[in-house]
Design a protein around this ligand. Structure first.
Ligand code: ZN
Length: 240
């Protein structure tokens, strides 16, 4: 069940919307990729938790994501409390990711904001040997935490953008698996309604992020720490 890259998201479909292209690209490159949804979607306006579970399984296959877990925390009532942190710590110790993608710490839906804080705290605590210790389960602290910045309008520049031009089709195929959520929808997650079709909105936004690195489609990320460069001559993205 161990993975190299794990996206932690509040709701089924969040990971597809914000980092699906990155997950699909990593899977194609041979990395072991997983998604951990924190809730089951029982408070969603559309569909049901059962339907969303089936859609999420289909979407994972579309992305090539081999592991999809659900923490079973309360939808729309997510809290960064002790039982929730312990639940995540156990799942992080079981999946042992090197890199974790979290939602951006500011969000339209309060669950997104809480998921960012809860996820980061759990990543740290999972490395403490005496925290919620269980026999036979080793502590594990992810090396890197990335925040998915897609659709946010905060005055924050992406720390980097992943080129998803070749995996954009897989991202959209995965998003189309959530018919109960998105068919006829004009907004979703962090995406504000403009009156346009939701799928077209996702394409336009992805094209905007791609344009920042002179590519067709991209997904933006923020990291608190600075990104290191070994060779300035290998830097991409033309300045002029
Ligand atoms: Zn969400």
């Amino acid at each position: 069940m161990s993975v190299d890259l794990l996206a932690i998201a509040a709701h089924r479909d969040d990971a597809e919307l914000t980092c699906g292209g990155t997950l699909a690209r990593a899977a194609r490159a041979g990395h072991r990729v997983g998604i951990l949804d924190l809730t089951q979607g029982e408070s969603g306006t559309r569909g049901s938790a059962e339907l969303r579970a089936a859609e999420a399984e289909q979407a994972a296959r579309a992305l090539g994501v081999g592991v999809r877990l659900n923490a079973g925390l309360p939808d729309a009532h997510l809290r960064n409390d002790e039982p929730s942190r312990e639940r995540l710590v156990q799942l992080l110790r079981e999946t042992r990711p090197r890199v974790v993608i979290l939602p951006f710490p500011v969000g339209r839906h309060p669950d997104h904001r809480i998921a960012a804080e809860l996820g980061r705290d759990a990543c740290y605590l999972a490395g403490l040997a005496k925290y919620a210790a269980r026999p036979g389960v080793e502590p594990h602290r992810p090396f890197k935490v990335l925040y998915a910045l897609a659709y946010r309008e905060d005055p924050v520049k992406p720390s980097f953008v992943v080129d998803i031009s070749d995996s954009f089709d897989a991202k959209m195929a995965a998003i189309h698996c959530y018919a109960s959520q998105f068919e006829g929808a004009k907004a979703a997650g962090e995406i504000f309604p403009t009156g346009q079709d939701l799928y077209e909105l996702i394409r336009v936004q992805s094209a905007h992020y791609g344009s920042l690195i002179r590519k067709a489609y991209g997904e933006p990320y923020f990291t608190h720490e600075t990104v290191a460069v070994d060779d300035v001559l290998s830097l991409g993205v033309s300045s002029l």
